[in-house]
Write a protein that binds this ligand. Sequence first.
Ligand SMILES: *[C@@H]1O[C@H](CO)[C@@H](O)[C@H](O)[C@H]1NC(C)=O
Ligand SMILES: *[C@@H]1O[C@H](CO)[C@@H](O)[C@H](O)[C@H]1NC(C)=O
Ligand SMILES: *[C@@H]1O[C@H](CO)[C@@H](O)[C@H](O)[C@H]1NC(C)=O
Ligand SMILES: *[C@@H]1O[C@H](CO)[C@@H](O)[C@H](O)[C@H]1NC(C)=O
Ligand SMILES: *[C@@H]1O[C@H](CO)[C@@H](O)[C@H](O)[C@H]1NC(C)=O
Length: 212
Amino acid sequence: MLKSTQSVTPNSFHSSIVIIFLLIPLITAQSTTIIITVGPTIPTAAPEFTNERTFTSAILNSTNFYRTKHNASSVRWNSTLVDFALSYLDSTCDFAHSGGPYGENLALGCSNATSCVEAWGNERDEYDFGNPDFSEATGHFTQLVWKTTTDVGCSARICGDAGWYLVCEYWPRGNIIGEFREEVGDDVNESTMVRMNVYAVVAAMLVTCFLL
Ligand SMILES: *[C@@H]1O[C@H](CO)[C@@H](O)[C@H](O)[C@H]1NC(C)=O
Ligand SMILES: *[C@@H]1O[C@H](CO)[C@@H](O)[C@H](O)[C@H]1NC(C)=O
Ligand SMILES: *[C@@H]1O[C@H](CO)[C@@H](O)[C@H](O)[C@H]1NC(C)=O
Ligand SMILES: *[C@@H]1O[C@H](CO)[C@@H](O)[C@H](O)[C@H]1NC(C)=O
Ligand SMILES: *[C@@H]1O[C@H](CO)[C@@H](O)[C@H](O)[C@H]1NC(C)=O
């Protein structure tokens, strides 16, 4: 079965639109790319894209920010994955998956690397933690925080008026059907808060019983 997804998030700062796209590479689906005509300013000199160290640390910081929140260990930067993303981008500006052996998230039109990763991570607002499974609306998020994934490597280039095109590879790959419950952790802070609320209610009931 093939799954692919594409979603659109408004980018108010540059009146442009961030387009994100994810593929479970068992399948290939045609998708429509939405082109923005509002005249966005393409941030050609954004340090998070142009400076390699800044780029690497921005991706790792933001990725591991979400991973920590969802009880996954931090990923490390892997040059094999970087090289894969780089050679794919060298060959194309097509907004389509490479079909490679890794998990892969794509983003087009972000103003910096952090905002790309946040567009993926913030899909968690749509994720149904009570019924964990793949969904086109949340596939970037679930790959991002997939517990078994240990390594990431990304590359980016400018693709004409569409702006920065970011490709991130993840290994071992995530989004494996049947493993979402174990692999995608609940928000650690929220689950802690829920537990504390339950304790508070139980404690209040005990106190009430005692007083009665
Ligand atoms: C790290 O990533 C988080 C989430 O994207 C972001 O809020 C924070 O500003 C980033 N910190 C740095 C130093 O870039
Ligand atoms: C980086 O990723 C490649 C491809 O999956 C893997 O074979 C290699 O062991 C990783 N490198 C390190 C240092 O872990
Ligand atoms: C990244 O882009 C977002 C959205 O345009 C913006 O709010 C943020 O300040 C930028 N961060 C950096 C470090 O440039
Ligand atoms: C995080 O995962 C560990 C196991 O890796 C588990 O023991 C712990 O309860 C989890 N924490 C939360 C808040 O889910
Ligand atoms: C969220 O959880 C982490 C790890 O348990 C903790 O370090 C952090 O302070 C918590 N943040 C908030 C806002 O509670």
